[in-house]
Write a protein that binds this ligand. Structure first.
Ligand SMILES: Cc1cc2nc3c(=O)[nH]c(=O)nc-3n(C[C@H](O)[C@H](O)[C@H](O)COP(=O)(O)OP(=O)(O)OC[C@H]3O[C@@H](n4cnc5c(N)ncnc54)[C@H](O)[C@@H]3O)c2cc1C
Length: 420
């Protein structure tokens, strides 16, 4: 349906992007201002964005999340309550890295030394009080025997290599108190289900936002023009920095902020297990102790007959470019070293994400380059009381998370509700 025919091509509020932020913004606006007409415009053919679940084992079995999977800071994470409200199941199995979680790494001297080195590193980051920002590699102790492990953990967190990311920004990261839980039907299913009451147009790419007129903002889209009294932009920083959406008049401070808050990369490969008895449910193992180029493997999440392999930063990009077979071969080599040479026979590749190459995302989650942490506020700042910005990268402390994205969407909705 061309947008012109949708209520005459005019709405009160257009929300661009149906990820956690866009869905959060639209639902909050519906709540606060039922008098306003709202439309959610999404370039891809589905709602959820970087929250994306698939159901290869049927609707009743646990889902696989290709994007976000963990309800970080679960007790205060808004999505936990929403999951229960919409009738989904919050699974409280402790995450492998928290108390009561299962890790295969023996509790030996090496494992303790590695964990202590990683903790010390994060404490140095949290305690950093320098006036000038620095890159995270400067927080390594010289000659730390566990520096490769720290590189690996840093990459999983930021999606970037240590020498590219800001110390100050990681020091500000705080997903909130509470453990990490999951949604059995998938985080993607949760965002999608919550978005159901919102009037949504899928497969419509916004290419230009003309905010020069006094009365309306005019959106140019692949399905025609749409006029709106207010617009909420929630697309990723890589989409903004690539200027896949242009602004008129231009907004160079937004483009610069987005470019200096790029998306890091994390990808998942799900590996099918033919002989599931070999592995223990919901157990975690690192592929290597001493190389930063390692996968992290979650064995049988929810007891399903799969392994979730997780790759980040440069390794993730190399493997994404080579394709799913290379990802699988890399994982099998690492798993053979842990479980023995025969393990390869029971494994086969199921599905992999490729977030860097997805044109409407361009990566996984944002990190700040050194000196760029304060640009999160520049990115989030509204223009003229009618052009608003949200999305995980706009959150000062909960960037890179789906609940941080949601909170920025809610904040934008509250600002729109006041402005109109
Ligand atoms: C592998 C991976 C693992 C992760 N793990 C976790 C985790 O465990 N816990 C956690 O909290 N977070 C995790 N995250 C991060 C989390 O998924 C994101 O921070 C969050 O989903 C981002 O939501 P958003 O609404 O800001 O952006 P997006 O989800 O990117 O939404 C923006 C939407 O805009 C659309 N769009 C883009 N361009 C246009 C255009 N021109 N016109 C119209 N629409 C457009 C996109 O298609 C997209 O749907 C993970 C991410 C990945 C990739």
């Amino acid at each position: 349906m061309p947008i012109e025919s949708w209520k005459g091509g005019e709405v009160d509020v257009a929300v661009i992007g149906a990820g956690a932020a866009g869905v959060g913004a639209a639902r909050q606006l519906q709540l606060l201002r039922p008098d306003l007409s709202i439309v959610l415009l999404e370039a891809s053919d589905r709602v959820g964005g970087r929250a994306r679940s698939i159901h290869p084992f049927g609707a009743d079995a646990a889902a696989l999340d290709l994007g976000c999977g963990w309800l970080h800071g679960a007790r205060t994470n808004a999505w936990t309550g929403i999951a229960e409200e919409v009738g989904l199941t919050v699974d409280r199995t402790p995450a492998p890295w928290s108390d009561g979680g299962h890790r295969l790494e023996q509790n030996d001297a090496d494992a303790k030394a590695a964990a202590a080195a990683v903790n010390d590193f994060f404490e140095r980051v949290d305690d950093y009080r320098g006036n000038d920002d620095a890159d995270l590699s400067t927080m390594l102790s010289p000659d730390d025997p566990w520096s490769e492990r720290i590189y690996a953990v840093g990459a999983f967190m930021t999606g970037g290599e240590l020498d590219k990311s800001s110390v100050i920004d990681l020091g500000r990261y705080d997903p909130g108190p509470g453990p990490d839980w999951r949604v059995r039907q998938g985080y993607g299913t949760l965002v999608e289900t919550f978005g159901l009451p919102v009037p949504t147009v899928l497969s419509v790419e916004v290419s230009r936002i003309d905010h020069s007129g006094a009365d309306h903002i005019v959106l140019s889209t692949s399905k025609g023009e749409l006029r709106a009294r207010a617009v909420v932009v929630t697309v990723s920083t890589n989409v903004l920095a690539a200027e896949r959406i242009t602004f008129w008049p231009p907004l160079p401070e937004k483009i610069e902020a987005a470019a200096r808050l790029p998306l890091g990369l994390a990808n998942k490969l799900f590996i099918r297990i033919a002989d599931p008895e070999i592995f223990t449910d919901d157990t975690h193992v690192m592929g290597s102790k001493h190389s930063r180029r390692t996968g992290a493997y979650q064995l049988k999440p929810f007891g399903a007959s799969v392994i979730e392999a997780y790759f980040a930063a440069d390794l993730a990009l190399d493997l994404e470019r080579q394709g799913i077979d290379a990802m699988f071969a890399f994982s099998v080599e690492q798993l053979k070293r842990v479980f023995g040479a025969d393990i390869g026979k029971t494994l086969s590749p199921l599905v992999a994400s490729a977030w860097a190459g997805e044109p409407f995302f361009g990566g996984s989650y944002s990190y700040a380059t050194p000196g760029a942490s304060d640009l999160r506020s520049v990115l989030a700042a509204p223009r003229d009381g009618r052009l608003f910005f949200a999305g995980e990268a706009c959150s000062k402390a909960r960037y890179s998370t789906a609940h941080g994205a949601y909170e920025t969407g809610v904040a934008a909705a509250e600002a729109v509700a006041k402005a109109l």
